[in-house]
Write a protein that binds this ligand. Sequence first.
Ligand SMILES: [Zn+2]
Length: 307
Amino acid sequence: MRGLVRETELTPAHLVYPLFVEAGLSGRSPIESMPGQDRLGLDALAAEARELRALRIPAVLLFGLPPEKDEQGSGAWARDGIVQQAAAILKDAAPELVVIADVCLCEYTSHGHCGLLWPDGTVDNDATLPLLMETAVSLATAGCDIIAPSDMMDGRVAAIRAGLDQGGFSQVPVLSYAAKFASAFYGPFREAAESAPAFGDRRGYQMDPANARMALDEVLTDIDEGADMVMVKPALPYLDVLRRVRDAVDVPVAAYNVSGEYSMLMAAAERGWIDRDRAIDETLTSIRRAGADMVITYHARQWAERH
Ligand SMILES: [Zn+2]
């Protein structure tokens, strides 16, 4: 009877699983700050892709750990870049698996910021845009199905859309990290992706957690610039923002249940302070209830294995 009257549905079809791919790694290597999550070597990807499909998880979001970093972040658009290679392997092993590629420079820059820097260490927004365009085209060329810019530079969606269209990828959609807050909950990810800024922080280009109207404004701007789908990140501390976005737009909405949200729950479960499986169910359901069409979550595998 509960099933008959349930308002919110959660199935594996709603989940996106983030993957960290590390150059030079063979097999898997556990991420200490995210119990149950691994970095994967290229040789582990084909099996991973097939297992995710067997679990009916439709999509992955790819992050790369390049062999080396530089001032510009040139590993982001290298033809044989780590994500480019990973995408090709995943699509070959499981063609129907949707590969979403994160687009940003912070995993590839020696300073760990999301764009090029002025001499004073602040980010040069406009000079970064052509590099993001080039990265997006390179990822689409490698077979990525959806391009997801997370850098938060102003004007990036329009630049990436134009780059994709000119490059012959007008059918490749853009999922923009439209409302991305400057959050403490990204901590474990930065260990996982080795992308912590070497100095300063990202508050110059990520959003103030206090501002929901501004988040809506960012979302509408990105849609105006050509975003086909938009994201709210993190999820749990921003369910109200998610609901407001859902009510305001007609495009698909994604929510990113980020590393800190994951690790917090897993740490409490490890100590026996909460029931892990029930807490995961409730977390993912709440994000769907707040309006997310897709939930990007490190729990995706664990959840799908039980359902
Ligand atoms: Zn970044």
